[in-house]
Design a protein around this ligand. Sequence first.
Ligand code: UN1
Length: 508
Amino acid sequence: MLQEEFLNVLGISRENPGAFAGEWRQPSGNWIDSCSPHDGELIGRVAASSIEDYEVAIEVSRAAFGEWRNWPAPRRGEVVRQIGDALREKREALGALVALETGKIVAEGVGEVQEMIDIADFSVGLSRQLYGLTIQSERPGHRMFEQWQPLGVVGCISAFNFPVAVWSWNALVAAVCGDSVLWKPASPTPLCAVAVQKIVQPVIEANGAPPIFNLVVGHPDPVGEALLADRRIPLVSATGSCRLGRRVAEVVGKRLGRSLLELGGNNAIIVTESADLDLALRGVLFGAVGTAGQRCTSTRRLFLHEGIADEMEKRLVEAYRQVAIGDPLDPSTLMGPLINEGAVDEMLAAVEKIKEQGGEILIGGGRHREGVPAGGHYVEPTLVRARHDMPIVHDETFAPILYLIRYRDLDEVIEWHNEVPQGLSSAIFTTDVRESEQFLSPAGSDCGIANVNIGTSGAEIGGAFGGEKDTGGGRESGSDSWKAYMRRQTCTVNGSGELPLAQGIRFG
Ligand code: UN1
């Protein structure tokens, strides 16, 4: 699909309003440029939201919540079902825009839209299953139960690397829970947010639903900060760096609001001596090179048993040589550019530190220039022979750098695996059930996601997604993550003619 064609399908123009509060707001003067990471060229501009836009958007979101919470949940689910259908219709076009604006390859862009469709389907089912418990009362003729009530306006702060899927994990689940959602997308990817808003809003209107999805576009200051401090927002769900998460936790925590955090990862794969190396190689390649290493689930550390380390290293170098780097919209490309020059600088600075700290670059380590536009933010996928305790290995560098670390003993490597501050995703490749069980035992991986014979990235939506330690502890998407978007109410009903007190207390 040609660029003009899919932008047209999505209703994206050269200049787009960026604030939606029941309707699109007039641009207030400041613009955010959206440039393609492939060549640095301007794709389009989006009007930055002012603090006035924010104020209107939060009030519209509040009023929408007041009405939406009274809709039966299965009816809310029906609206989300139609949103899933609308996304199916625009799957290729939106996937192409994701590729154009983020630089991830088009197969991954379309995959991201598929994640939205999947979570829509999941949420439809969920809308008939927001179950509560019944509890046995100690008092005669009394009934106890828990019910789940809609929470309010959910603030959703999303990152550039998953500019549409992360919104949907939050927004579509929150919608069936009876909440409204105020979205503040990352500033490098505002067009994706505008496109999503344009896809979902007609469905909202066609169903006579209140405007539960609203949007403010901008930098953290002023709209992001306003959202964090706002007592009208009971839950802020934020995806991004650990630094961002600390700020969110601090400001939201100070007002005793709830935050749901999906922060950095430093994900590792352990390849044991018994592993199927063909499988491991493919898992590592997708995890480390996919999305140019810019997933929070990207594989950053690879622990190789010394019995297979030479062989794996050789195969990896060979595979890295063949990675097709270039235009993310070209279907034969395997790795696109990084998001911007800042990301390239950070990668190059990390490479310097690697060298200072004694790491050995096996392949890559620099900018990639061959066959790509001069204004693009291309780098080489990089393999480094490293030690587990090099300080840089404990940092998350959002780039395609993979550290190869040799080990001898599984107990020891699990310790190394867990010694980093982050705790998102993890994996072991093994054909020995004892090894995989040890990895999945309480003394095994300390991450929110632990896989066997699957890489660290590419999770399905049906599971709860998130991680421990500096990753922030939040869980989004499937399983019972919906509980974060509701408030739990414990109810006791006295159907007897007496008023017995709990704990057998006699009063008066
Ligand atoms: C992210 O990088 O922020 O598991 C999310 C995965 C994707 C989601 C990644 N389903 O890699």
